[in-house]
Design a protein around this ligand. Structure first.
Ligand code: GLN
Length: 192
């Protein structure tokens, strides 16, 4: 049995929780306080608005303690805004948040015409079936250092990557019926 936390300050929290509840041998926990952090084996940072999440994290003094946990090896998966929270660099903004992952991301990287879109991708490492990808005012990775494993690209832009205990996706698996990314993250937790 593993316990997966979902950072529950703002954003697509319930959707991730619903996906996790469908997986066997997984207990789900909303993470709102430092105490919640001590009872989880992995943490999902949901999509939403990274600036809003950053403000709330600062207000409740959670930014530094969570960053320390991630640096100490806590498995973490950032979806969309969550990816922005993990990036060491944000190309179109000075402020960073946990800043633990060696990537440069661009916020709202898809211009207004493509603010939100959906596509499918084949990624044998993640799933035997085509994976639906939903992008909502999404970031993408402009630069990934060489020790970052690129998992998926769309139009030559990196939209999923992994570095040690950190997984990031530009898109929202929790808004689809496909559980393959949630399973992939749980496997990361089990094999860390
Ligand atoms: N545009 C949002 C941000 O910059 C991310 C959007 C999302 O998480 N769906 O934080």
């Amino acid at each position: 049995m593993i316990t997966v936390g979902v950072l529950a300050l703002q954003g697509a929290i319930a959707e991730h929780i619903n996906c996790l509840k469908k997986l066997p041998a997984v207990t789900v926990r909303e993470v709102k306080t430092l105490a919640d952090l001590n009872s989880i084996d992995g943490l999902i940072l949901p999509g939403g608005e990274s600036t809003a999440m950053g403000k709330i994290l600062n207000y409740f003094n959670l930014l530094e303690p969570i960053a320390q946990k991630i640096k100490a090896g806590l498995p973490v998966w950032g979806t969309c805004a969550g990816m922005i929270l993990l990036a060491k660099n944000i190309s179109n903004q000075a402020e960073t948040y946990f800043a633990t992952m060696d990537i440069t991301v661009k916020r709202n990287a898809y211009g207004s015409q493509l603010d939100s879109f959906q596509t499918d991708i084949n990624l044998p490492e993640i799933s035997n079936n085509p994976i639906p990808l939903i992008f909502i005012r999404a970031p993408y990775i402009e630069v990934a250092q060489e020790h970052v494993e690129v998992l998926a690209k769309i139009d030559n832009n990196i939209v999923a990557a992994k570095q040690d205990n950190m997984l990031v996706t530009s898109f929202h698996p929790e808004l689809t019926q496909d559980l393959s990314w949630h399973k992939y993250f749980c496997n990361m937790i089990l094999h860390k």
